[in-house]
Design a protein around this ligand. Structure first.
Ligand code: AMP
Length: 278
């Protein structure tokens, strides 16, 4: 395990001088098979794999779960030992944000919609940590899950806009056998809430059979609204290329249907790419 930024940069410099490529998997820990899929893809792409575990205070708002976010350092290290990971980077907040080092990153208008509307400043915090960690690690590839579709879109947009020499690699959402998207926050759910959360993948699967976006949105809203204890934050269709909200009635071939719900104090997100017959 490496805990200092300079130590991490030195290791990567050594690898690069030997001609090795580097793939980077940023995480906040409480690792599960979703993270495992990112690590597996990373090891297929590059000679060396770095996984970071850093619960980034900048991406949590006041009143959010920064203090209670699951921290499972020992289990995470055991999880990583079973996989092809060369270095676990676990820096302190001061190593990532040393006094005097200014990291600017702004998510722009898309950063204020959906997740960003419910969590003001969240994506500026995400982009700042990604930019800083990538400056420390200088990876050739950085892997992100499609589960966090808006995050993936904004990170990819930042990397393109700033001309950063990194390839952002998306990885499909890994689900439990019953369909619920794996998430570190699933640990907050009681058994009863976990059962109710299944309404999300069920609704998204039903949406796949719809022939229009408005039909798909109606099916999802109806399914989620009929689940007691589950509150919808948003259900929307977005353009996969721009993440702009789509007019529900416009005829289109494809859309990404995005969903955020709360079960008691736990917020869950999921999404599905939909294709419509013309
Ligand atoms: P987190 O630790 O929740 O910040 O997630 C770290 C990375 O893992 C992000 O790129 C997430 O999108 C990705 N990820 C989280 N859950 C899943 C999942 N169920 N399937 C695939 N990727 C995931």
């Amino acid at each position: 395990m490496v805990t200092t930024s300079s130590g991490m940069s030195d290791i990567v410099a050594g690898w690069k001088s030997e001609g090795h490529s580097v793939a980077f998997v940023p995480t906040m820990g409480a690792l599960h098979q979703g993270h495992g899929a990112l690590i597996e893809k990373a090891s297929e792409l590059a000679d060396r794999v770095v996984v970071s575990i850093f619960v980034n205070p900048l991406q949590f708002g006041t009143g959010e779960d920064f203090d209670s976010y699951p921290r499972r350092d020992e289990a995470d290290q055991a999880f990583l030992r079973e996989r092809r990971v060369d270095v676990l980077f676990m820096p302190s907040v001061d190593e990532v944000y040393p006094p005097g080092v200014v990291i600017t990153a702004a998510a722009g208008p898309v950063g204020d919609t959906f997740e960003g509307a419910s969590r003001p400043g969240h994506f500026d915090g995400v982009l700042r940590v990604v930019k800083r960690l990538c400056a420390i690690i200088s990876p050739d590839f950085a892997l992100f899950g499609r589960k966090d579709a808006q995050q993936l879109f904004l990170v990819d947009t930042m990397v393109r806009n700033e001309g950063l020499p990194i390839t952002i690699v998306p990885v499909d959402t890994v689900r439990a056998p019953d369909g619920l998207a794996l998430s570190s926050r699933n640990a907050y759910l009681s058994d009863d809430e976990r059962a109710r959360a299944l309404a999300i993948p069920v609704a998204l699967a039903e949406a796949e059979r719809a022939t229009t976006l408005s039909g798909a949105l109606a099916v999802v809203r109806e399914r989620l609204e009929s689940e007691p204890g589950l509150t919808i934050d948003y259900v929307a269709g977005v353009d996969p290329e721009t993440f702009h909200q789509l007019d529900e009635d416009s005829p289109l071939r494809e859309a990404t249907l995005i969903v955020a719900v709360s079960l008691s104090t736990t917020r869950l997100i999921d999404n599905r790419r939909l294709h419509f017959p013309q």
